[in-house]
Design a protein around this ligand. Structure first.
Ligand code: GCU
Length: 606
């Protein structure tokens, strides 16, 4: 327990100790502490939290978290921030979107709010769950440091049991979004570095023994006639848990081992999930007093040669890439924003989306399950990463495990991607091969991929990582970054991949309306022409089994500052207003609708 400190006691250390942050970087809040949340009652802690930016980490140096709540007139020390009083911000939010002076702010910021607790039921456990915090989030309860979490887009839980007081408690979060060499992603990305508590924060209680994890899936043996359930109980006392799937007439005991792990396999042939028939089943698991629920679809995704098979049938992924970005909300999303995203994807003729370049809000995969879209989900191992740094690998592997544990009951998720456009070095190969293997260990039912780069020197699809992933994702921008468009056809001829290729990105900027040029680069017409040429070339490559052009909406990014970009990447098929469609939208939609209507010849037509 950190002692309540006084400014004077800590004055010199606060000025001279540059290792002030080391005690607060345990990264002890990670995938191992995640708790399965389906159906749990939670208290949503959305609302106004006291807030203060803290560029020089004065808060950690002076130990602001150790301050006692006092009326200002009773304060005896000149603290440089009062966590209990002053400016507030709404949670969830990104501070960049709240005030002009915080737009490019990069550093630590303090969030504080009370948590009022009635009688504490000694036989229950109390937790906080953060949907995401960008990037490092240090949690304090009543002045005690409870741990920190690394990773800007994955959930984490903090156990409060035994530390809560009856009545008023105080939660403090120090959130830091500084870009550094050892983080994942590193310092240079083509999306805006939003900081803050930008997804839900909730408080919940569980029985002493709780259902920590639950994974339910169709056994990928091609029969469609066996399902498997795996459960993990924390604090297991009795020997069995119970699985219930009423519509399949299933109510079965699951025997647990001494570590609280249980697995059961049941012969049953559920109606299979697919985009055309997104069939979901209500399921429940109970253990003692604890009970969780979920809505699960059963399907099999596999690759055979260069084919991708969904429930044994070859499928072509008619996709589009999406970022989590909004002109008003930043990286905060909500039900209507997500539903609009899927409606536009439906209009485009999609059966698939690439959720780039990091784990999106968990609601996205839940909606994709319901609406019938397949998904590529990804961790932000993006461009340059400190591949030789074990701490960086630990961070990336943790973010991957948090994503897989969060979404592996989602039928819509068919691909886990371990990265994007990384340099082909030995260190990178080892790093990403390790991540791909981690995916398979945690989840044998899905395919792995990464957005690889074309070998432009050899004009060939070539990446040493390809043999360690199921699908070769390929980002290529012929007609935009690569001038000689004919090279794309040459790559098509020269390449002979033994597994499916998905064009994970292609496209061009097109600035719509008066700000855009009439013709040439950044004009809408130029963008439309790139789409026409790309489609005409790609449709002839029969090892290309899907595509997710870059990108559905224009999006904010610091590094795009020319006279047409104005702080935005304009490769969106729809402008940043998420309303105005560009010509290229209709070109891609026509192509996808040709494919969707089974006009396969159209797909290969020259
Ligand atoms: C890259 C990268 C994207 C980026 C895009 C672009 O391929 O993966 O994150 O936004 O190209 O340059 O627009």
């Amino acid at each position: 327990m950190l002692e309540r400190s006084h400014l004077a006691d800590n004055a010199l250390q606060a000025l001279h100790d540059e290792d002030y942050d080391v005690p607060f970087n345990t990264q002890s809040l990670n995938h191992a502490g995640l708790i399965f949340m389906g159906g749990r009652a939670v208290e949503n802690l959305a609302g106004d939290w006291t807030f203060c930016v803290d560029l020089l980490d004065t808060g950690l140096r002076q130990k602001w978290f150790s301050m006692l709540p006092e009326a200002p007139e009773n304060r005896t020390e000149p603290w440089d921030y009062d966590p209990y009083l002053g400016e507030t911000v709404p949670v969830p939010s990104n501070w960049a979107m709240l005030k002009e002076k915080w737009y490019f702010f990069e550093g630590s910021a303090w969030y504080t709010r009370p948590l009022d607790v009635g009688d504490i039921d000694e036989i229950r456990r109390q937790f906080l769950r953060f949907g995401a915090a960008s990037y490092d989030c240090k949690i304090f309860l009543n002045g005690e440091f409870l741990g920190n979490h690394y990773g800007a887009s994955t959930p984490f839980c903090v156990e409060l049991t035994g530390r809560l007081k009856r009545g008023r408690n105080w939660i403090m979060a120090c959130v830091n979004n500084t870009r550094t060499r050892d983080r994942v992603p590193m310092r240079n990305t083509d999306w805006f570095n939003y900081g803050g508590l930008y997804r839900d924060v909730s408080f919940f209680e569980t029985p002493k023994s709780l259902i920590k994890d639950f994974f339910l899936y169709l056994v990928p043996d091609g029969t469609g006639a066996r399902i498997r359930a795996e459960v993990e109980i924390d604090g297991s006392a009795q020997e069995t848990a119970k699985l219930m799937i009423p519509e399949l007439g299933i109510e079965r005991e699951i025997t647990l081992d001494e570590a609280g792990m249980g697995r059961i396999e049941i012969e049953v042939s559920p109606e299979l999930w697919c985009p055309e028939n997104p069939r979901l089943y209500d399921v429940a698991v109970s253990y003692g007093e604890d009970r969780v629920t979920d809505r699960v679809g059963f399907r099999q995704i596999e690759r055979r040669g260069t084919d991708i098979l969904l429930n044994g049938e070859p499928v072509f992924l008619r996709g589009i890439s999406v970022h989590e970005d909004d002109a008003e909300l930043g990286k905060v999303t909500n039900e209507s924003d997500l539903r609009r995203r899927f409606e536009h994807a439906r209009e485009l003729g999609c059966n698939y989306l690439r959720l780039a370049h990091y784990p999106h809000h968990e609601r996205a995969a839940e909606l994709a399950d319901e609406l019938g879209f397949m998904l590529w989900e990804e961790i932000p191992v993006y461009w340059a990463i400190d591949f030789a740094n074990p701490a960086t690998y630990r961070d990336a592997a943790n973010q991957l495990q948090e994503l897989v544990k969060r979404d592996r009951n989602r039928a819509s998720v068919i691909i886990w991607s371990v990265g994007n456009e990384n340099p082909d070095t030995d260190a990178r190969l080892k790093f990403m091969q390790g991540l791909a293997d981690t995916c398979k260990k945690l989840d044998p039912t899905r395919l792995t991929s990464a957005a690889c780069l074309v070998n432009h020197a050899q004009n060939r699809i070539e990446d040493r990582l390809a043999e360690h992933i199921d699908i070769i994702g390929l980002n290529e921008y012929y007609g935009w970054y690569e001038e000689n468009f004919d090279d794309l056809a040459a790559i098509g001829e020269n390449s002979n991949p033994d597994r499916p290729v998905v064009i994970s990105e292609t496209g061009a900027d097109g600035v719509i309306g008066p700000k855009g040029p009439e013709k040439g680069l950044f004009s809408e017409d130029y963008m439309a022409d790139v789409y026409r040429k790309q489609i005409a070339t790609l449709r002839r490559l029969n090892y290309v089994k899907g595509m997710s052009p870059w990108i559905l909406y224009d999006f904010r990014v610091e590094r795009r500052q020319n006279i047409f970009q104005n702080g935005y990447n304009h490769k969106g098929l729809i402008a940043a207003d998420k309303k105005t469609k560009k010509k290229a939208f209709h070109i891609l939609a026509d192509y996808y609708h040709q494919i969707a209507t089974g006009d396969e010849d159209a797909r290969k037509a020259s």
